[in-house]
Design a protein around this ligand. Structure first.
Ligand code: SF4
Length: 234
């Protein structure tokens, strides 16, 4: 596994659980809003040895509940399945963050009981995915991933990073319609030094409140998230 980041404790990334989070290196998308843009390409000098991860996990049995595997895009890793098996053998829950581009692997991991929670990003309306992913993503594969996750019995969520220059209410309506009332987070884009798209803009707090009112009227399970003054508002 190409792991380039390891946060030993997170209370935010696995809902209701105490977890650690691993950031895999390599991604098949090139989103200009990516907060982990340094992880998109392969760089051998930044990799973390798996032994370090498993040594930590062995000492944290009964202390942390789970492991979040994020990225980068974890499903581009050829040994993701065997890596997760090793984590599960130690008794930890596993949450996977994915861009949904690999439905076959997602289905396999779910069917084999290897993941306990999955979060999939839906970046834009499907015909205009390239405006956000900056690659020609397979619409069929994205649709399949959405269907597999929706029908699965494991905990899951969908989420869209909403960007003022890209997403209007019509698009957000369409995106929410893909998940058919399932759990969905619209999270405000945050500009930062890691973001390559310096022209991208966040919505203001008032605009988010308005978006929340409109979307909740139609999709009660949609939540809008934003950060002001260091606090997270939903
Ligand atoms: S899919 Fe995720 S990791 Fe990959 S470029 Fe987009 S935001 Fe970054």
């Amino acid at each position: 596994m190409r792991i380039a980041g390891f946060q030993k404790l997170t209370l935010l990334d696995y809902p209701g659980k105490v977890a650690c989070i691993l950031f895999t290196q390599g991604c098949n998308f090139k989103c200009p809003y990516c907060q982990n843009s340094g992880l998109i390409c392969h760089k051998n000098d930044e990799l973390i040895n798996e032994e370090e991860i498993f040594s930590y996990l062995n000492k944290r049995k009964g202390v942390i509940d789970g492991v979040v595997i994020s990225g980068g895009e974890p499903t581009v890793q050829s040994d993701l399945e065997s890596f997760i098996k090793k984590i599960k053998d130690l008794g930890f829950l596993v949450k996977l963050d994915t861009n949904g581009s690999n439905p076959d692997l997602i289905e396999k991991l779910i069917n084999n009981g290897l993941i306990d929670y999955i979060a999939m990003d839906i970046k834009n309306i499907l015909p205009l995915y390239i405006d956000v992913a900056f690659v020609k993503a397979s619409v069929d594969k994205l649709k399949r991933s959405i269907e597999i996750i929706k029908k699965s019995s494991i905990d899951h969520e969908f989420r869209t990073t909403i960007i003022k220059n890209i997403h209007d209410i019509d698009k957000l309506n369409q995106i929410c319609s893909y998940v058919d009332g399932d759990k969905m987070f619209l999270q405000n884009f945050e500009q930062s030094e890691n973001v390559l798209g310096k022209n991208l803009e966040s919505f203001s707090k008032d605009e988010l409140i308005e978006i929340s009112k409109i979307m909740k009227g139609k999709y009660p399970n949609v939540k809008v998230r934003g950060i002001w003054g260091g606090n997270i508002y939903v």
